[in-house]
Design a binder for this molecule. Sequence first.
Ligand code: SF4
Ligand code: SF4
Length: 196
Amino acid sequence: MAGTGSIGKNHMLITRKYGSYVFLGEILTDWETITDERDPQDAMNHSICGDCDICQRACPTSILQGEYYETGRCMSYITQDKKVKDEDLDLFRGRLFGCDTCQRVCPLNKYAERSHIAEFKPLPFMRDPDLNEIAAMDNRTFKRYRETSSGWRGKKLLKRNAMIALASKGMEIREEYADTEYLKDIRERLLKRYKL
Ligand code: SF4
Ligand code: SF4
């Protein structure tokens, strides 16, 4: 409504310059401004997408079909939830934290300008994560992950997701990776589900 962009079928705000790769902030002020009136429905009718439905087809949990979507079924949520259902393990497909598939496949992001702010760039060790290193992580090695957006849910969750990724590739999940009761249980479930 403020004219920053339009809402795509992936339910993201899509801006002209940066596509959907933006954060929204707000400023509370008593400064008098001139406003543009925009019909809220105009911002929400996905007109920016035209006939495209790439994100709807790419979403691993198929939740982008309707006007509203079940955020609890988004892989961003599922990969960060401590409880994970057996049937959802197959949906991870290597995702270690979050998803963003609906942003990565969006053609409107293809030529979006990237930020020059160094803090937004991926750290070198996150470009090509080593699954065994993450699954084996101790408190000392977790320190560098704690600095990242994937660190806030704790070490156990990243270890778990690395173990799920190893299992989905048919790779060994070493017993020593499961250093808590929670991870032991996950390892058992993975060994059983993927017949490792
Ligand atoms: S982040 Fe992933 S799971 Fe969530 S809506 Fe987008 S594609 Fe679907
Ligand atoms: S992928 Fe297509 S349908 Fe989805 S938000 Fe981007 S332009 Fe819209």
